[in-house]
Write a protein that binds this ligand. Structure first.
Ligand SMILES: [Zn+2]
Length: 224
């Protein structure tokens, strides 16, 4: 299949390809670079482009949620069905044996599920940060449970740590890994060898968690 792409020329030295979340392919190239060279470069990256496009498709499929009875939603690394119940309470009632229960006469199911996710995330992330701050003896100046979409966490030079609430959908050990990763940045504001060995010391299975996030990121999307 021919690859359709846009070229953006700029004052740069190398060619780079980006597959956007919309599925568009943009090639950034140096001003003097010929179209033939660019095309050859694109062709040499065909496998990578196709893999990225598959990921984009998976991501786009996943965010199309319909909120039908029985539809599965990820929570703490497992999937649970949406169940409609007779209830006067305007909130989610979670039961691991039954599923994510919402009142049957409610119109804004998405909002309800979203609020529930964020509440649960606040509790779990706060607990995890407390525990691993103690273990690492590194304490953030501020903790934010964030709605960030492009990453899982961040740490500022002022010691503010943000963690994506969407991690409540991932297995708890993956959430803990992101917390440890960001807390370790309080000491090393980089991804140096020392940084990674600090993470590994605290969390020997961190590589599996990293891999899990890479492979499953599309499952943790949520749009309302
Ligand atoms: Zn990092």
């Amino acid at each position: 299949m021919p690859i359709d792409y846009d070229i953006k020329f700029s004052r740069r030295k190398t060619i780079a390809i980006k597959v956007k979340r919309t599925g568009e392919i943009v090639v950034a190239a140096p001003i003097r670079c010929s179209k033939k060279t660019i095309h050859q470069f694109v062709l040499s990256k065909e496998d990578w482009i196709n893999k990225s496009l598959t990921k984009v498709e998976q991501y786009q499929e996943q965010i199309k949620r319909n909120y039908h009875e029985g539809e599965l939603f990820p929570y703490k690394g497992s999937e649970y069905p949406l169940v409609f119940i007779n209830s006067l309470e305007n909130r989610v009632v979670f039961d691991p044996e039954v599923g994510i229960q919402v009142p049957s006469d409610i119109l804004n199911v998405a909002d309800l599920v979203y609020n529930w996710y964020v509440e649960e995330a606040c509790q779990c992330i706060t607990e995890s940060v407390k525990l691993y701050s103690h273990v690492l003896n590194l304490y953030p100046s501020k903790l934010k449970i964030s709605n960030m979409k492009a990453s899982w966490g961040s740490c500022s030079s002022r010691g503010r740590v943000s963690i994506a609430w969407r991690l409540i959908m991932a297995p708890p050990e993956v959430l803990d890994y992101v917390v440890i990763h960001e807390l370790a940045h309080l000491e090393h504001l980089n991804h140096s060898k020392t940084f990674w060995s600090h993470v590994e010391e605290c969390y020997p299975n961190f590589k599996q968690c990293k891999k899990w996030l890479k492979q499953n990121a599309h499952k943790l999307s949520f749009e309302i």
